[in-house]
Design a protein around this ligand. Structure first.
Ligand code: HEC
Ligand code: HEC
Ligand code: HEC
Length: 468
């Protein structure tokens, strides 16, 4: 069914692409320029560009594993094939050294390269289109003052007709609305700043919004309704947020700026570099984004608020170690089903950290507070159980051991059944066998993403606060 959908979809795309061709498809080349001297850019402008590039996560996509920052070559898997991020260092031949500021701004606003070719929306210009001319100027100054690196990105691996860039004109006609951002006059400056950063450079929706068969983010109610990123679940950030303790502006600010929050846990997987990057900016920027996110989540329903109150009261009342049966202290529960088998494993392997009442970020979260256990899929807890939580390189951080070698797939499924039944009010997850196998196959690689900015950072190391 899905494939047939896709086939029909492709046909429509090709037709619309052909139709839209005359009106939209053709874009002129912008003449190459001599590479601008790094010294010609004001240091304040470059600094502002560094902050904006951190919000945009440019370095995360534009750096291959072990490669030079911004030199491209990272393959982004999409349902259609692999698209490689290009070299955006100021190298004249293989990078964007010969791009004028106008050519750069056009690529951000319209998703077109200097020569006039349409770019794939794996480059999130459907968000970056909101960026103002002023901010594009700062980003340009920042990129043009990076070290030029000679590196050619591999050719994209896409089937016909998707390898024909002209088809993207049809995609844009259907799904792309050009910016820049229009502030909402009914809202205050902080909210508008947050909306600008979150919907624009921060491209939160690229992961947190579900996509249609054309790979475009769905609109309307689906906006921020929860999506997927590299095999991780990116939870809903609207009123459907599954967080057991509802988020508010303060907790969101802390989480975005520091990468963890006392009653929500630690950010992992593809979210971790987002937080690390935001942590390099003044806290007001995270607060602005948090203000906007909290307004999209709205007030929790009375039932949800009451449940959260109950959980917090239980946290007060429970002495550490009494949340779940701990190893040895009680008779093990009678074993009847998967969840009962999981209870035994949990008591032996997990409860010492997760029920000990040790404060975060070093202690493990009470799992009845965990979005991971109340989320729509068990993908994230599976990644965490298999790979653990390694301390960030060269920094102190929370540590959880990985259990890939200690627990087999069946035991992990038992643990998941137990945690879901005990620590959430949601129905049991579907059989997790396939997700566990997939996560295992990806190995620790899929577990955590480190941020290339940290060490070889051309960014602003002096301003970078330790995350922990
Ligand atoms: C989610 C991954 C991702 C992020 C984040 C990202 N890019 Fe890209 N970018 C890509 C991909 C993939 C391409 C190549 C698209 C193509 O080949 O059509 C690209 C292409 C580009 C291009 C066109 C270069 C050329 O040679 O045609 C520019 C300019 C660019 N990105 C700048 C940026 C900037 C600036 C940021 C941060 C504000 C950024 N990108 C963030 C994935 C990303
Ligand atoms: C590259 C994909 C990606 C991008 C971009 C991204 N997120 Fe996330 N986000 C995730 C994933 C995956 C998780 C789940 C992480 C985990 O389980 O620790 C997450 C978790 C979160 C959470 C925790 C939700 C909860 O209930 O526990 C918040 C809040 C959040 N993101 C906000 C944002 C905001 C705001 C932005 C934009 C500034 C953003 N994210 C951009 C992938 C992303
Ligand atoms: C040495 C202590 C330790 C042990 C043992 C441990 N964990 Fe953790 N765990 C942590 C820390 C620290 C974190 C990060 C803080 C957080 O988010 O809870 C974490 C995070 C998690 C999370 C993510 C919670 C969230 O939403 O943020 C899950 C799920 C989890 N652990 C499950 C388990 C399971 C299942 C076991 C047993 C197989 C286990 N842990 C054993 C320390 C531990």
């Amino acid at each position: 069914m899905k494939l047939r959908h896709l086939a029909i979809g492709l046909l429509v795309l090709v037709l619309v692409g052909a139709g839209g061709f005359l009106a939209l498809a053709w874009r002129s080349e912008i003449a190459p320029v001599e590479r601008a001297e790094a010294a010609s850019f004001a240091p304040e402008l470059v600094q502002r560009g560094a902050d904006l590039a951190a919000v945009g996560n440019c370095v995360v996509c534009h750096t291959a594993p072990g490669g030079k920052p911004f030199a491209g070559g990272l393959g982004l898997p999409t349902p259609f094939g692999t698209i490689y991020a290009t070299n955006i260092t100021p190298d004249a031949e293989t990078g964007i050294g010969r791009w004028s500021e106008a050519a750069f701004s056009r690529s951000m606003r319209e998703g077109v390269d200097r020569e006039g070719r349409h770019l794939y929306p794996a480059f999130p210009y459907d968000h970056f289109t909101l960026v103002t001319d002023d901010d594009n100027r700062a980003l340009y100054a920042y990129l043009m003052t990076r070290e030029p690196v000679s590196a050619e990105a591999p050719a994209n691996e896409l089937p016909f007709p998707l390898n024909v860039r002209m088809v993207l004109a049809g995609w844009k006609l259907l799904f792309f609305r050009e910016g820049p951002f229009q502030p909402d006059p009914a809202k205050d400056g902080t909210w508008n700043r947050g909306a600008y950063l979150a919907e624009g450079l921060g491209h939160c929706g690229a992961c947190h919004t579900p996509r249609n068969v054309f790979g475009a983010e769905r609109k309307g109610d689906a906006h921020w309704a929860g999506g997927e990123a590299e095999g991780w679940t990116a939870y809903a950030l609207n009123e459907a947020s599954p967080a057991p303790i509802p988020w508010d502006v303060d907790s969101l600010t802390h989480y975005l700026h520091k990468g963890w929050e006392a009653r929500h846990g630690v950010a992992r997987g593809p979210m971790a570099p987002v937080n690390t990057n935001l942590g390099t900016l003044p806290e007001e920027e995270s607060r602005a984004i948090a203000t906007y996110v909290a307004s999209r989540m709205g007030e929790p329903s009375p039932e949800r608020a009451a449940r959260a109150q109950r959980l917090l009261a239980e946290e007060e009342a429970h002495a550490p170690g009494t949340l779940a049966p701990s190893a040895g202290s009680q008779a093990p529960p009678a074993v009847h089903d998967a969840a009962d088998r999981g209870a035994v494993l949990y008591a032996g392997a997990c409860s010492t950290c997760h029920d000990a009442g040790r404060p975060l970020p070093y202690g493990g979260l009470r799992l009845d507070h965990s979005t991971a256990i109340s989320g729509p899929t068990p993908a994230n807890p599976i990644h965490v159980i298999l790979n653990g939580i390694p301390a960030p390189e060269g920094e102190r951080g929370p540590i959880m051991p990985g259990y890939a070698g200690a627990l087999d797939d069946g035991q992990i499924a038992d643990l998941l059944a137990y945690m879901r039944r005990t620590f959430s009010d949601r129905p049991a997850w579907d059989d997790p066998a396939e997700l566990i196998a997939k996560s295992r196959a990806r190995g620790a690689e899929g577990g955590q993403r480190s941020l290339p900015t940290a060490s070889d950072a051309p960014a602003n190391p002096s301003k970078r606060e330790p995350t922990w």
